[in-house]
Design a binder for this molecule. Structure first.
Ligand SMILES: *[C@@H]1O[C@H](CO)[C@@H](O)[C@H](O)[C@H]1NC(C)=O
Ligand SMILES: *[C@@H]1O[C@H](CO)[C@@H](O)[C@H](O)[C@H]1NC(C)=O
Ligand SMILES: *[C@@H]1O[C@H](CO)[C@@H](O)[C@H](O)[C@H]1NC(C)=O
Ligand SMILES: *[C@@H]1O[C@H](CO)[C@@H](O)[C@H](O)[C@H]1NC(C)=O
Ligand SMILES: *[C@@H]1O[C@H](CO)[C@@H](O)[C@H](O)[C@H]1NC(C)=O
Ligand SMILES: *[C@@H]1O[C@H](CO)[C@@H](O)[C@H](O)[C@H]1NC(C)=O
Ligand SMILES: *[C@@H]1O[C@H](CO)[C@@H](O)[C@H](O)[C@H]1NC(C)=O
Ligand SMILES: *[C@@H]1O[C@H](CO)[C@@H](O)[C@H](O)[C@H]1NC(C)=O
Ligand SMILES: *[C@@H]1O[C@H](CO)[C@@H](O)[C@H](O)[C@H]1NC(C)=O
Length: 683
């Protein structure tokens, strides 16, 4: 199942000449997003790493929805994320994540802390003019991808949404700058620069503009705190800040009306943020809030000091609505800063193949055959392709949820810090042997090396003693071996090993890796055994091609999986004897999947033989997404009916069922411990 490889694909293509229908999504207008932190989905992660605008990359940012800090300055989604959902678009990606392809539904250029003026937080943000330049780069990419006419049509249908200017007014105030400009001059400059950016987009073909006006800036917690510091002790809003917002808001529609006259086809609409926010602030209960003066995260009066996440250092950071504040204030409010600490929990380290890979293969030099970072992968849950080979979450994602962790990040995304709850090293297409898809995947030995790197980082961060404790209470979960079972199928010549020799090599190499983790301090190991691999759609299709026309599973493949499954507990028992404190549990993937395949309706599925996404018989040709050797693919209408998402990988729903049993199941499926009790097991 873990196969993401050339398996049978090439072979099959030639043989099935049925006309191939590609599923086309309905045409929709794209959404291009500009502005500040109200809209920034993580662009600032990719600019100068020294700037304080990096703080949103830390918990608790992101904790409510994404479960990891994406760079959004909130606990979850931002306005453009909801708009994308309502418009039935995937999440609009940050500019720095689009690569050369992923911009067809739009791009988000917003940068926390930015304003219309280049001076506003200069050097630490992407100002609006630069955002325009990045947009021009995207229009160029678009022209290279589709025809000039088509790109013109896409750009003129698209919606361009702006949240900007907050920081132009907040920056001088918070940085305590004496402005050389009068209020009117300053407003003119802001409007002038905004106008030239709008015109720049118009020139590229943009026609439909949406503008958020400014909220009551004087009422955000950091400005209330500033007001208090200035001696206004009743906790009221700072009128002068709100007045600047009002001036901007009254100039805004005039400017737009003028552009409408000047530029043929120019259309706009303005959202009255001021009215909506002012009303929520004055009548929080009407909107279901209890508190509108004090922030959820921060410190000092109104939690108005922007310390959320504990990493703000520079006063250069002035970002916007509802989360801004400045470092100078820290000096004035000497209240001790109390950090919210999460309860200690055992970490989760994940190893293996595509069953577990959350996107590591996005970062290596490989081919689309070993990747799933394009739609429709990811469409059901993440709404964008993360690299997971399914329509949504994988087993480790559910386990993280049940264990009350954030999502466990792929190794290549942890940087130097984000590994407190564990790391996922899994790589699609990999197996226990270095030969398996050599050069295209991260094999298990290399995954062990990466784990050793993390152990080293951990020692540097928390010291030797604490590291030892973290590593010994952590859970190490493995899904590997499937790709070794598939490998002989795609080998051209006769396979050089006997089944027994091959199995010994696999077990030998797996053992070495388990011992390597043990040596670093790992004690608690979870193994998934192999499913009935002869029954995955791609192998059924291969069987059909070989002349078995009744659509049955390929017994010989399932038999090798069974051999592996019977050798596995023996190997683990042996290690248990050899290595003091070594503990393990085995999840019977085989049993659970075989039952679902035989009785799909019992598990809520309609189809267990045919994949949702792919082409040919059983949609068994591994073409989902159209980026591999075979470009044609069909996508089912209702993914909830299917056990398999693509030709080899289960759907999110199937993974969820497996994860629930792994977490909570009886010894019939997971023994000697289910994961819930295994996490609590002391070492
Ligand atoms: C970041 O800051 C460090 C120390 O202050 C400095 O050595 C480094 O050059 C800075 N990097 C960038 C990209 O500005
Ligand atoms: C925009 O495109 C130009 C030329 O195509 C390139 O040199 C530049 O690096 C791009 N800018 C960014 C920030 O990607
Ligand atoms: C702001 O600047 C004024 C005059 O330049 C100074 O008196 C005041 O102390 C400054 N306030 C802060 C908080 O630094
Ligand atoms: C844009 O802002 C700059 C200051 O950053 C100012 O000098 C310039 O006049 C403004 N441009 C317009 C068209 O108002
Ligand atoms: C708070 O105090 C300021 C000046 O000190 C005053 O203008 C304002 O009306 C007061 N607000 C309330 C709600 O008492
Ligand atoms: C990636 O692989 C391709 C083909 O195997 C090769 O031409 C290229 O140089 C590799 N790039 C890197 C960065 O290793
Ligand atoms: C299998 O053999 C064919 C023809 O001999 C060759 O083109 C192809 O690259 C081989 N495939 C693999 C996976 O070795
Ligand atoms: C590991 O696999 C290699 C082939 O990749 C094999 O030569 C070696 O003997 C195996 N190691 C063990 C300990 O079985
Ligand atoms: C399908 O055919 C194979 C051999 O052609 C046979 O072994 C198997 O029992 C058949 N299965 C079913 C379900 O008819």
């Amino acid at each position: 199942m873990a196969l993401i490889s050339s398996l049978c694909i090439f072979v099959l293509v030639a043989h099935f000449s049925t006309p191939i229908v590609c599923h086309k999504r309905p045409h929709q207008a794209a959404l291009f997003v500009f502005g500040d932190s109200i809209f920034d989905p993580g662009n600032n992660k990719y600019i100068n790493p020294n700037t304080s605008s990096q703080g949103n990359n830390n918990f608790p940012y992101g904790e409510s929805f994404f479960k990891y800090p994406t760079g959004r300055a909130s606990d979850g989604r931002l306005i453009p994320d909801f708009i994308a959902e309502y418009a039935n678009l995937p999440l609009i990606p940050p500019y720095f994540e689009i690569g050369k392809e992923h911009f067809i539904h739009g791009v988000n250029f917003a940068s926390g802390g930015s304003g219309c003026l280049a001076e506003t937080n200069r050097g630490t943000v992407i100002d609006l003019k630069t955002q325009l330049k990045l947009f021009q780069n995207v229009t160029q990419l678009l022209k290279n991808k589709v025809t000039e006419i088509e790109s013109k049509q896409i750009l003129s249908n698209a919606v361009y949404i702006f949240s900007t200017a907050n920081n132009d007014f907040l920056f001088p105030l918070l940085a305590n700058l004496t402005s050389p400009y009068s209020d009117t001059e300053y407003l003119h400059m802001v409007m002038g620069n905004l106008t030239s950016v709008l015109k720049g987009i118009y020139k590229e073909g943009g026609r439909k503009f949406v503008m958020f006006n400014l909220g009551p800036l004087g009422c955000i917690p950091s400005i209330r705190a500033l007001n208090l510091q200035k001696g206004v002790t009743n906790g009221s809003c700072m009128e002068e800040a709100t007045n600047k917002a009002k001036m901007f808001n009254s100039a805004l529609p005039r400017m737009f009306k003028q552009l409408e006259k000047q530029l043929p086809g120019f259309k706009y609409t303005i959202f009255n943020s001021f009215k909506v926010f002012a009303d929520s602030i004055h009548n929080p209960t009407k909107y279901g809030f209890k508190i509108s003066k004090t922030a959820c995260c921060g410190t000092g009066p109104f939690r108005g000091i922007l310390s959320c996440g504990g990493t703000m250092q520079l006063m250069a950071l002035i970002s916007s609505l509802f989360h801004l504040c400045i470092f100078v204030l820290v000096a004035h409010f000497a209240t001790p800063i109390v950090c919210h600490k999460r309860p200690h929990q055992a970490a989760l380290f994940v190893f293996g193949d595509s069953i577990f890979d959350p996107g590591n293969n996005n970062y290596i030099n490989t081919t689309a055959s070993f990747q799933a970072n394009y739609l429709p992968y990811g469409e059901s849950f993440f709404k964008y392709p993360t690299g997971r080979a399914s329509n949504g979450r994988l087993i480790p994602d559910f386990i993280a949820e049940y264990a009350n962790f954030p999502l466990i990040p792929p190794y290549f995304q942890i940087g130097k810090k984000h590994f407190d709850h564990g790391v996922n090293f899994a790589s699609a297409g990999s197996g226990c042997l270095a030969e398996t898809a050599r050069g295209f995947v991260i094999d298990l030995q290399t995954q062990l090396k990466y784990f050793q790197n993390v152990a080293q980082l951990l020692k540097m961060k928390v010291g030797k003693t604490e590291t030892k404790q973290i590593l010994s209470s952590a859970v190490y979960i493995f899904s590997t071996g499937s790709n070794e079972v598939f490998a002989p199928l795609s080998a051209n010549s006769t396979f050089p090993y006997s089944d027994t020799e091959y199995l010994q090599m696999i077990m030998g190499n797996l053992t070495t890796v388990l011992k390597g983790v043990y040596k670093e301090g790992g004690r608690k190991f979870v193994m998934l055994n192999l499913g009935p691999l002869g029954c995955v759609p791609s192998v059924r299709a291969l069987n059909l091609q070989k002349g078995v026309t009744n659509g049955s599973c390929m017994e010989e493949v399932t038999n090798i999986a069974k051999m592996f499954n019977s050798a596995l507990p023996k190997m683990l028992k042996h290690l248990e004897k050899q290595l003091p404190g070594f503990k393990y549990t085995v999840f019977n993937t085989f049993k659970v999947l075989a039952e679902s395949i035989d009785n799909p309706t019992k598990f809520g599925f309609k189809l267990s033989e045919t994949a949702c996404c792919g082409t040919g018989p059983f949609r068994g040709i591994f073409s989902c997404g159209g980026k591999r050797q075979v470009k044609e693919y069909e996508l089912c209408k209702n993914v909830k009916d299917y056990l398999f998402f693509d030709s080899v990988h289960p759907t999110e729903l199937a993974y969820q069922q497996l994860a629930e049993l792994l977490w909570n199941g009886t010894p019939a499926v997971v023994a000697p411990h289910n994961l819930k009790s295994f996490f609590d097991l002391s070492t």
